[in-house]
Design a protein around this ligand. Structure first.
Ligand code: ZN
Length: 214
């Protein structure tokens, strides 16, 4: 069970998480979780490049360790990156210390102020500690590309029926999602471009933000 469009009530319960960006600007924010891995991530990069779009890649630290060349390509091509933990632990099933160690270990491979919890699951104490160092980035549209029980057409509809300017949309650059993603991503990009929407990487600078507030 998963929810495609994040309900307002959930967004209001967690106002410190980032659910979407400005609704008034002509941008959407494609995000890709779980890479970087060979074949899939380079295909995503080639596709984004051919349409002149950018995204945010929430990287698993262990994958960056194994595939640092692909990670370097992400950075070189101007995409944003975020921490998605080192070993893709679910927050609900892990004790706080061990979970935070996993996030910390990822940070030696992924330089970013952004964090997305695997499965979107965090315990309150984990969230509190992570927020000291990161902007926690959630989403308002979950494509469902990982769901083997839906067709690519359904996945495409999930996205286009729910996206708005400022939407943060979740895709996955992992093996399981690739068959669907391959069909859906170019179509979503073309849909966005036909409506004058472009995809940007999420930029956030925690230190600068604190200075602005102070
Ligand atoms: Zn993930």
């Amino acid at each position: 069970m998963y929810i495609i469009k994040t309900p307002k009530v959930i967004r209001k319960l967690f106002p410190n998480y980032l659910w979407n960006k400005s609704r008034k600007k002509p941008y959407v924010y494609f995000t890709f979780d779980d890479g970087p891995i060979p074949k899939v991530t380079p295909w995503v990069l080639d596709t984004l490049k051919s349409y002149d779009m950018h995204g945010t890649f929430f990287c698993v630290g262990d994958n960056v360790r194994k595939h640092s060349k692909i990670y370097n390509r992400l950075i070189a091509e101007g995409h944003s990156v975020g921490n998605h933990s080192y070993s893709h632990k679910s927050g609900w099933g892990s004790d706080v210390e061990k979970y935070l160690d996993d996030v910390e270990l990822c940070s030696s491979f992924v330089q970013s102020d952004l964090y997305r919890p695997p499965y979107g699951r965090l315990k309150p104490l984990q969230a509190e500690a992570i927020r000291d160092q990161y902007q926690i980035v959630m989403w308002d549209v979950l494509s469902g590309d990982f769901d083997q029980n839906i067709t690519a057409e359904q996945c495409y509809q999930n996205v286009i029926q729910n996206l708005k300017p400022g939407s943060i949309i979740v895709f996955h650059d992992n093996i399981k999602s690739f068959v669907t993603l391959k069909e859906v991503l170019p179509r979503v990009i073309e849909y966005c471009q036909s409506r004058g929407l472009s995809s940007k990487g999420i930029r956030y600078n925690r230190v600068k933000k604190e200075l602005e507030i102070a």
